[in-house]
Design a protein around this ligand. Structure first.
Ligand code: ADP
Ligand code: ADP
Ligand code: ZN
Length: 215
């Protein structure tokens, strides 16, 4: 099962992708997490990516593709994967389609988690992230048992630098300009599925499972 998650920053792609990965036994691949891990490890790639991320801009395609393309060759991707935050531009989507075609393969679903911009600032301002395990929580909608501590690994939670309102607005502009066109791209490929991302986390997941199980 090969799935791409689409949706604005903060729509809940990561939250849902983690649940899909756990239930269907496929790896969750998040380009944002990979960039942040690189930054934490102080790699050149991570430092380059940070300058764009901090300004709410997308990391250039060449850098992103360099990072992600060989990830699909890993052994754990044999039975598929759920991609979260990639592709984010038409050239990235085309590169992915080509790489799959070379192996006589294709994606199964592009799931668009639909949330209007008006909800996004609220979601982002309450988001708390664990840089150790990639866990994501929300002070109001998905609180941890102990404030500031990750439920999954006990790590310390942080407010991401790019979740400040002024940067979130820039990310929304980048989303509408560069990523939203992917909805049409995958519609034309015949694999687009829309879910209402304003619902409760569990209801969104139920809707996604119905899609994946062809109910
Ligand atoms: P969110 O889940 O809130 O949308 P991510 O963690 O996916 O945020 O991404 C954080 C930042 O990392 C983005 O704003 C962008 O700068 C960069 N990034 C992540 N994935 C990509 C990608 N596929 N192409 C370009 N930039 C990316
Ligand atoms: P994305 O990966 O699309 O950027 P996240 O999964 O990180 O989004 O979710 C953004 C924030 O919104 C997080 O704080 C998360 O806990 C919260 N969240 C996710 N899904 C929902 C939902 N259905 N309702 C309310 N809050 C949600
Ligand atoms: Zn954690």
């Amino acid at each position: 099962m090969k799935i791409v998650m689409l949706g604005a920053p903060g729509a809940g792609k990561g939250t849902q992708a983690k649940q899909i990965a756990a239930k269907y036994g496929v790896p969750h691949i998040s380009t944002g997490d990979i960039f942040r891990a690189n930054l934490k490890a102080g790699t050149e790639l991570g430092l380059k990516a940070k300058t764009y991320m901090d300004q709410g801009q997308l990391v250039p395609d060449s850098l992103t593709l360099e990072l992600i393309m060989d990830r699909f060759g890993n052994d754990d991707c044999r039975n598929g994967y759920v991609l979260d935050g990639f592709p984010r531009t038409i050239p990235q989507a085309e590169a992915l389609t080509r790489a799959l075609e070379e192996k006589n393969d294709k994606l199964d679903y592009a799931i668009n988690v639909d949330v209007p911009d008006s909800n996004i600032i609220d979601r982002m301002s309450g988001r708390r992230a664990c840089l150790k395990c990639g866990g994501t929580f929300h002070v109001k909608y998905n609180p941890t048992k102990k404030e500031g501590i990750c439920d999954l690994c006990g790590g310390e939670l942080v407010i991401r630098d790019d979740d400040k309102p002024e940067i979130v607005n820039k990310r929304l502009v980048a989303y509408h300009e560069q990523t939203q066109p992917l909805i049409d791209y995958y519609e034309k490929e015949g694999i687009l599925k829309n879910v209402d991302g304003t619902q409760d986390v569990n209801k969104v997941f139920e809707d996604i499972c119905d899609i994946l199980e062809n109910k």
